[in-house]
Each structure stands twice: as C-alpha cells, then as structure tokens.
Design a protein around this ligand. Structure first.
Ligand code: NAP
Length: 480
C-alpha cells in the first residue's frame, strides 16, 4: 500500500479524510493514492488563486511576463531532462505503452516552450480610431488582460500533455489555475505541479490541484463563482453539460471525434497502411483523433486491406512498461466490454473481422480491423476509443467526402491522394477543425490550432490560441 500523495492547494500540501487508489489498468496493481477532495478544497484553491490575481491587478504584480516566461522555460528544460521519469508515471497509471508515453512526455516539453514564447510576445493592437471622424485626434490600443481564475478539467488519455496544454498557456496569459485531473490518472498532473511549484519558481496559489471525482470536485469548479473560465477536455456529453451549467463563464471544450481517413486510388495506400498501424492503435485507440473510419477507393480496397492486416498483425500486445509493447489494456474492464460489444454488433450487422476482435488471456483486446462497415454501425457513427478501425469501399470522391462528413463530430480528417485537385477539394469540403493531406489525421503538432466543430468542441488549443482564449481584450482610448 502506497502513501497518499498530498495535493498542492495554495501554499499548503493537503490530504483529506478520503482517498482515491490509482491502479494500473493493465493488471490492477496499485500505482499510488491521492486525496479525494471535495467542495471545501476547491474553495481553498480558488481563494488562493484569486489572491494572486488580486495582487497582480493591484499594481504589485508578483509575476510579470518575463518571469512567467522564465518559469515556463525552466519547466520545459526539466521536463526534457526527466522525460523517462514522466513517461513511466504515464505508463503506470494510464497503461500507455512506454514508447508512446515517451512521445507524450517529449511533446509536453514543446507545449511549455511554445507557451514561454507566448508569454514573451503576447500583445494587443493599435486601433485606428481616427479612421472615423468621431475618433480624430484620439489614440486607441488594446491590451490583453488575464480572464481570471482558470478551472482546468482534463481526461485520462494524455495525462501529462493535455494538462500541459491547459496549465502552460494559463501561466503565459497570467491566469492562476485550479486543475482537476482525471481520477484514473492524477499522478502525472501532480508530478508536473510539484515540478512547477518547487523547482521552477511558480509562486503558490498560481497552480492548485484538486483530485476527486468529476461529479463532486469537477462540478464545484464548474459552478464556482470565483472561476472565470473552464477549459475542459473530455467526452462530449460531460463537456456540453458543463457548458450548460456555467452559462456566465467562458467554457472551452475539446471533445471527441470518430476520425475519418479517405484513401484515393492514386494515393500512397501502402504508406497509409503503415502509418495507420500506429494511428489507429496507439494507446489502444484512446486518442481523440485515433484514425477510426477508413474510406478506401474500390480500385485499391482489397490490396489496402491486405497491407493493413499485415501491418496490424505485427503489433505487439503486452504490459505497458515493456519496451516491446505497442498496444496494452484499455483504461478499464468496462471499456473493454463496451468495445467488444460494439465489434459484436458490427459483425451481427454484416461487418467482417479481418484481424483481432478477441480479448486475450491477459484481458487485453487485440488490435482489430473490421471490413465492410456501414454508417449505421456504432464503430462508424460513434467514437470507438478502442483498438478498432473499420474499412469501407467507395467509388468516387464525392461519396467519400459525404461519408466522412456524416458524423456529429468534426475534429480532424485526412486524405491520401496524389492529385492536387482532390486534396484541395477535400480541404474545402471536409467539415472538420483540421484537414490533413497525405498524413494521418491522428498527427498533431503542439503549436498548431487544434480543436473541432459540431460535437468535437468550440475552441482551439495550442499555446498561441489558448492564450487568446484565456485573455480578454481591453480597449484603451487616449485623448491627448
Ligand atoms: P470524461 O469522462 O468526459 O472525463 C474528462 C474529465 O471530466 C475527467 O477529469 C472527469 O473526472 C471529469 N468529469 C466527469 N464528470 C464531470 C462532471 N459532471 N463535472 C465536471 N467534470 C467532470 O472523458 P475521459 O473518458 O477522461 O476522456 C475521453 C474523452 O476525451 C474522449 O471522448 C476523447 O475523444 C476526449 N478527448 C478529446 C481531446 C481533444 O483535444 N479534443 C483530447 C483527448 C481526449 P473523473 O475522471 O473524476 O470522472
């Protein structure tokens, strides 16, 4: 039995009378314990954050932009140095294979670096007031001022980098943060918070962590009067319900997707199959942009399926901390049951299992390719969030675009084609936050604008964009 890791709230390290035991999703072994916080801890954290904000607004700014940038740079440097340490925490609590977890840890370094750049360069505009007769003789400028205390709620699947995408831009923007990490994966977030507070010079109160259930701690944060903005990444139902509960707050939502990929007959379908081996199965498909629906031109359909099955058959399934492992357990047994249920339902409706489809003695669902999937099947219409891709044939690009757009989601989509006109048609007509050409739409760089339309959300992350979401424009008019 491990000791409870206290959470930083204001200047204190806090435990409560309740606790959450964090277990490996792979074998159920205990990974750590964290406090089960409640509304009282959220109140304490928001009060500490508000005090920092008040000090900054009162003219005794304890944390000017150059210091915020230096803190973010120090964090990037320490994360780079300790990538292996963080990767092992991620692998242990999320069952993310170690090699994939290392990539996540490396990406968090970028997220902090780009946020440091934003802290140094964030600025307003000059407004040409004298462009109207009424403004003649006046000077107008805009300032970017922190929106206030940011409440950040994060999911389990990128427990370090998605926390970084909230915390680092908030620091850059000058907003104190109260963070509620996913209950399954609080340890990466806590390790990051301790690094920022104890080693990078972030003053207490600028970042508090409240571990506890979404229904208790998450809800207290969402409805707290002292919180100006909620930045949420997670599932659509939870996200939209949060927005409905907080009509007076800014609520930024990064939600799910059922990512489509179009593979034209003239496209590099072999290269696509090799990339999809990773893009459909990394972290067992538990990525919001995991490639899920593959629409393949009928002229190359059989060859593509054979190539994909070859690739997927070579994936190594095993324990997350094993160097050789490509695919490990889903986040919980109930998720494994849900996904196998969806596979069975698709098969009953006419899909064929080309590879995988079964759960091994280790309880891990094997990487699965389904062929002949149709839009009505859940594996197409909903977000699988498991190691399953579905393939279907199409006859012309219009049909493929229609199939790809036939979704409540709209995060990223992709196309493989050798033709510029097809690529541009797809870029114009695929109704998603991002269209990726000749690369899998599971690809993301941490500085890009990342976010979706429809049920995939209402914002863009990436430090440059998140910092703008976390600041308000204040107009200053000067009459000399
Ligand atoms: P989730 O169940 O929606 O949980 C996300 C977070 O919300 C967790 O911290 C959870 O806390 C909290 N929460 C739950 N109920 C709440 C409530 N009533 N009030 C406030 N907070 C509440 O999502 P997940 O299963 O962790 O993550 C998977 C989903 O995230 C997928 O749909 C995936 O596509 C999406 N995602 C999107 C992006 C993106 O950038 N667009 C990136 C990654 C993941 P507990 O853990 O305590 O329940």
């Amino acid at each position: 039995m491990s000791a409870v890791t206290p959470v930083p709230i204001g200047p204190d390290r806090v435990t409560t009378d309740g606790e959450i035991v964090v277990r490996s999703p792979y074998d159920g072994s205990e990974v750590g314990r964290v406090p089960a916080c409640r509304a009282a801890e959220v109140d304490r954290a928001v009060a500490a954050a508000s005090a920092q904000l008040a000090a900054a607004a009162g003219g005794t700014d304890p944390l000017p932009a150059h210091e915020r940038a230096a803190i973010l740079d120090r964090a990037a440097a320490l994360l780079a140095e300790r990538g292996e340490h963080f990767a092992r925490i991620i692998a242990a609590e999320a069952a993310k294979p170690l090699r994939t977890a290392r990539t996540e840890a490396q990406r968090a370094v970028d997220t902090f670096r780009f946020s440091a750049a934003e802290a140094r360069t964030l600025s307003g505009d000059v407004v040409p007031l004298d462009a109207s007769a009424a403004g003649a003789g006046k000077l107008g400028v805009t300032l970017r001022v922190p929106i206030g205390v940011v409440g950040a709620i994060s999911p389990f699947n990128f427990p370090l980098n998605l926390v970084s995408h909230k915390v680092a831009p908030a620091i850059a923007a000058g907003c104190p943060v109260v963070l509620k990490p996913a209950s399954q994966t609080p340890l990466s977030a806590l390790a990051l918070a301790v690094l920022l507070l104890d080693e990078c010079g972030l003053p207490p109160g600028w970042l508090s962590v409240v571990t506890g259930s979404g229904g208790v701690v998450g809800d207290s944060l969402v409805t707290h009067e002292g919180v100006a903005m909620i930045t949420f990444t997670g599932s659509p139902d939870v996200g939209w319900a949060i927005r409905a509960r907080a009509p007076r707050k800014k609520v930024s939502l990064e939600l799910g997707n059922n990512t489509p990929v179009i593979i034209e007959g003239d496209g590099d379908w072999r290269g696509a199959a090799a990339k999809l081996k990773v893009a459909g199965f990394s972290h067992a498909g538990q990525s919001c942009i995991s490639s899920q629906r593959l629409y393949v031109h009928r002229s190359v359909y059989d060859d593509f399926v054979a190539a994909l099955v070859d690739e997927v058959s070579s994936l190594v399934v095993g324990p997350p901390l094993d160097e050789a492992t490509d695919v490990s357990a889903l986040i919980s047994g109930s998720e494994t049951e849900r996904v196998t249920g969806w596979i069975a339902e698709a098969v009953a409706a006419g899909a064929k299992v080309a590879v995988g489809g079964d759960v091994g003695d280790d309880g891990v669902l094997r990487p699965t390719v389904l062929t002949g999937v149709t839009p009505a099947m859940k594996v197409c219409s909903a977000e699988v969030f498991g190691p399953v891709v579905g393939v279907a044939a199409y006859d012309d690009l219009d049909e493929a675009i229609e199939l790809a757009n036939d979704t409540r989601y709209g995060l990223q989509a992709g196309i493989f084609t050798a033709r510029l006109d097809s690529a541009l048609t797809a870029a114009r007509r695929l109704d998603f936050g991002g269209v990726v050409i000749n690369e899998v739409p599971t690809w993301r760089a941490d500085q890009q604008p990342y976010g979706g339309v429809r049920d995939s959300g209402n914002t863009r992350e990436g430090p440059h964009y998140a910092v703008r979401e976390m600041t308000e424009v204040r107009l200053v008019v000067m009459q000399p």
